[in-house]
Design a protein around this ligand. Structure first.
Ligand code: PLP
Length: 466
């Protein structure tokens, strides 16, 4: 397929081959051709080394997934052992292998109350997609086939599958892809900094409950299947709802007769402190989706957890010899499952505790950096945090998108030796590995603060401050 103008592969640099052949997730095609790729070569703990031998500190755990940090030998050993013994075992029909069975048991033990049944996927997008399929199947099974409308939050992210991307509410995931679909709806996000009720927690909580009730009323309760949400909205810019919000939504879903899915792809596995964000509020949803920290990003795996009442209804409606037609070749992959078991052992063996301790240092830094002239808001929970930049601290006016804040900040932070996630609206996200020490957290903020100071020195940014 190589165009005749291409030199042989052996004569081309990695950057050239990448530019010509590799489509990067989410990257703009032309923009990526111009920018080129930053090739990462190795990692240890919190630190990454690029192909030029330069060391940077990773304050984003890859893509909020390498929760255990890089270079954990026991994870490598678990994968190697499983690959040597049995690299693949189908889970189709009645086959299985030890590692996925043990991991399913472990997840059911760790997860809130009724989430007893686990379907393994390859990541978060197909976990969300699987939930949509099973929820559809469930309502057909219980004789309520009209319940097919799904509701999610503005600023929400639920992956990139052709179904889930419509519940995602970030415009770039819709534009050009003919989404959302007519059965996919969104309600306002509990975004305290940008909410008319500001930091009145009770008012913010009440407003989402009311928005959900109104949307269900508008669509007809008999037509609504489920509400999907993240406990903290990650890709929307680390939007942290008030404490008590998740519980109030759980109660509203029950009252309204709709299922609740909590998408813990980012928040799961100690990211916000406890094993799952649901634990902090004693919430037990009908479905939970997991990925990222499940294998700490060492190998791909996601999981969809289903409450017992849903499982039993599907089971009762299907004759024992009739398949339930949802399945992936790699569901419950033994190597991923072996990694998952070892990663969870590490979390329980001290990583969660270390994350909780270092999370306090993250909170201290966020509180301190709030006084920077560019910073309008800081927020976070556990080892998840964000800084939101504004043009005016009093009016909260955002900086003009034409200033390409995300691009500039990405370059500045990279040049200063720290990897963070720079969201286009001027939000800097932090999600360091749970192995991060307090000293390393200080290094992260030292480098980020330097980047903010350099941004402030740019004449057009200075002019934009009002
Ligand atoms: N759900 C949430 C909350 C996510 O943050 C993500 C990814 O960032 C996904 C789903 C999709 O997961 P994946 O990228 O593994 O498909």
């Amino acid at each position: 397929a190589s165009s005749p103008s291409h030199a042989p592969l052996t004569n081309r640099s990695l950057v050239e081959i990448d530019r010509e052949h590799l489509i990067h997730p989410v990257a703009p095609f032309r923009g990526h051709e111009q920018h080129g790729v930053n090739v990462l070569a190795s990692g240890k703990g919190m630190w990454l080394t690029d192909a030029n031998g330069r060391e940077v500190i990773d304050a984003f755990a890859g893509l909020w997934c390498v929760n255990a940090g890089y270079g954990q030998e026991s994870i490598v050993e678990a994968a190697t052992k499983q690959m040597r013994e049995l690299p693949y075992a189908t889970g189709y029909f009645h086959f299985g292998a030890e590692a996925p069975i043990r991991l399913a048991g472990k997840l059911a033990e760790l997860a809130p109350q009724d989430l007893d049944h686990v379907y393994f996927t390859l990541g978060g997008s197909d976990a969300v997609d699987s939930a949509i399929r099973y929820i559809t199947h469930y309502f057909n099974a219980i004789g309520k086939p009209e319940k097919k409308q799904f509701i999610a939050l503005e600023w929400g992210y639920h992956g990139s599958s052709s179904t889930g991307a419509g519940l995602t509410a970030l415009p770039v995931f819709h534009r050009g892809f003919d989404l959302p679909r007519p059965w996919q709806h969104h309600i306002a996000s509990p975004y305290p900094y940008r909410h008319p009720a500001g930091h009145d927690d009770a008012a913010v909580i009440a407003s989402t409950v009311k928005a959900l009730e109104d949307k269900v009323l508008e669509l007809g309760a008999d037509n609504v299947a489920a509400f999907f949400c993240e406990p903290i909205q990650g890709s929307g810019g680390v939007i942290v709802p008030p404490v008590g919000w998740l519980k109030a939504i759980r109660e509203a879903c029950t009252r309204l007769g709709i299922l609740m899915l909590v998408d813990e792809v980012i928040t799961g596995f100690g990211r916000t402190g406890p094993m799952f964000a649901c634990d902090a509020e004693g919430v037990s949803p009908d479905f939970m989706t997991l990925a990222k920290g499940l294998t700490s990003g060492y190998v791909p795996m996601g999981a969809m957890l289903m409450a017992d009442h849903v499982y039993q209804a599907i089971a009762d409606s299907t004759a024992p010899n009739v398949p339930v037609g949802h399945g992936f070749t790699y569901s419950g992959h033994p190597v991923s499952a072996a990694v998952g078991l070892e990663v969870i052992r590490l979390y329980e063996d001290g990583l969660l505790a270390n994350g909780a301790k270092t999370g306090e240092r993250l909170a201290e830094h966020l509180a301190r950096i709030a006084s920077h002239p560019l910073v309008g808001d800081t927020r976070g929970r556990g080892m998840l945090g964000a800084i939101e930049l504004v043009a005016n601290k009093d009016t909260k006016a955002p900086l003009n998108p034409s200033l390409d804040l995300g691009g500039r900040l990405s370059r500045l932070t990279w040049d200063n030796g720290v990897v963070v996630r720079c969201f286009p609206q001027g939000v800097i996200g932090f999600a360091p590995a749970l192995c991060c020490s307090t000293d390393e957290m200080d290094v992260i903020f030292d480098r980020v603060e330097r980047s903010l100071d350099q941004l402030l020195e740019m004449p057009d940014i200075r002019r934009a401050l009002g």
